[in-house]
Write a protein that binds this ligand. Sequence first.
Ligand code: AMP
Length: 141
Amino acid sequence: MAYDQNNIFAKILRDEAPCFKVYEDDKTFAFMDVMPQADGHTLVIPKFPAENIFDLDPEYAAAVSLTVHKLAPAVKRAFKAPGLMIAQLNGAEAGQTVFHLHSHIIPRFNGLEMKLHARQMADFDLLKQHAEWIMAELKQA
Ligand code: AMP
């Protein structure tokens, strides 16, 4: 399947769709998941038109990993999360629903089940606040 330039994350990168941004550098962009599986659910994407890991330029693969590594402690601190799940799905069969590569960063707590994947839209004021908490922690780093 060819990369679809009109997928929602491509639109976010072109500033044609809104998002709650937490971080950006020359190769990556990070924002809040609008249907979070837990509070603080953050997505990191490359500024590169790759559907999945198989067509991602290695330099951008490295850049996404570095951004996940930078954001993970900030998300963990912002949500006082004892655990953090990092996931990246490749192909519909693996559960991928948006076909621009992305890594999920999801706070995890003992006894708190994750919500269903990509199901329930979060309150936008809350997402804005969560993005601000993460950005405040990034400044401390
Ligand atoms: P995946 O199923 O791994 O492809 O994950 C796609 C993720 O993107 C899901 O967790 C969705 O909740 C999330 N998502 C879909 N549309 C948007 C959007 N416009 N802004 C932020 N996150 C989104």
